[in-house]
Design a protein around this ligand. Structure first.
Ligand SMILES: Nc1ncnc2c1ncn2[C@@H]1O[C@H](COP(=O)(O)OP(=O)(O)O)[C@@H](O)[C@H]1O
Ligand SMILES: [Mg+2]
Length: 258
């Protein structure tokens, strides 16, 4: 699975989970996403890399409809993105998102952060939601912090809570937008390890990161973006050892030799 296939008509049959076809988006005069075609198979881990300002965050945000698109289509599990209301809340639950800034609810405990959506969106009863939350907090290694508030945790712990909160919703796909960029170096690995485990467990993941070690060991495919376009896609091995485009070569020389 080193090259992306041409978008297929029958997503359910082929196991494609996230399909973007000819997606375009502008911010005023800026053409931030240009004819994006991207297909993510069920269970696939795709790492998106590229220079700052190339549209990586915008791409992620369109997939859970934090941003609208001008034209083209995006489907999740064969269904177009809903526009509003309950359907949109469910989509946001199906597409878990973890941002660079941890985005936890500051005035809720860690446990409440992980139970809230389960009760409100997934309509779980409180006890079941609590049980799942505690199990997930244990799994990401912060079970002992359940009664604390986010500000009492380290950045690495907060980010792991954010991952647990997204997982609590039983998402079909997880989007990570530079999840370790705001962390002190000693905390980066504890977050990457949780993500590695998730990848091994078969979660479908789209990960924007400059952590090349993670890309090499966890990604099935690397997508390189520049100036709003997908310039190159390849297996991590192929991409890192033999990038084809000048843009990718230039980018890699900067991040690998700084
Ligand atoms: N809400 C917005 N309004 C206007 N311009 C934006 C907005 N969000 C992002 N941009 C611009 O779109 C471009 C791509 O941004 P972004 O998707 O954040 O790139 P990346 O994540 O690759 O750094 C940048 O030039 C950025 O300034
Ligand atoms: Mg970004």
């Amino acid at each position: 699975m080193t090259e992306v296939s041409v978008a297929k008509e029958d997503e359910a049959a082929t196991g494609d989970l996230v399909v973007l076809k000819s997606v375009n988006k502008h911010f005023g005069a800026l053409h931030v996403l240009q004819d994006i075609d991207l297909t993510i198979a069920r269970g696939e881990v795709v790492v998106v890399i590229g220079p700052s300002g190339s549209g990586k965050s915008t791409l992620c945000r369109t997939i859970n409809r934090l941003e609208t698109i001008d034209d083209g289509s995006i489907t999740i599990d064969g269904k177009p993105l809903p526009h509003e209301g309950k359907e949109l809340a469910r989509l946001r639950a199906d597409v878990g998102m973890v941002f660079q800034s941890f985005n936890l609810f500051a005035h809720k405990t860690v446990l409440e952060n992980v139970t809230l959506g389960q009760v409100k969106v997934r309509k779980k009863d409180k006890k079941a939601a609590d049980g799942r939350a505690r199990a997930l907090l244990d799994r990401v290694g912060v079970g002992a912090q359940a009664e604390k508030y986010p500000a009492q945790l380290s950045g690495g712990q907060q980010q792991r809570v954010a991952i647990a909160r997204a997982l609590a919703m039983e998402p079909k796909v997880m989007l990570f937008d530079e999840p370790t960029s705001a962390l002190d170096p000693e905390m980066i690995n504890e977050v990457l390890e949780v993500m590695q485990q998730l990848a091994r467990d078969g979660m479908t993941m789209i990960v924007v990161t400059h952590e090349m070690g993670f890309a090499r060991s966890a990604a099935n495919r690397v997508v390189f973006m520049a100036d709003g376009r997908i310039v190159e896609e390849a297996s991590p091995d192929q991409f890192f050892s033999n990038p084809r485009s000048d843009r990718a070569k230039d980018f890699l020389s900067k991040i690998l030799h700084h």
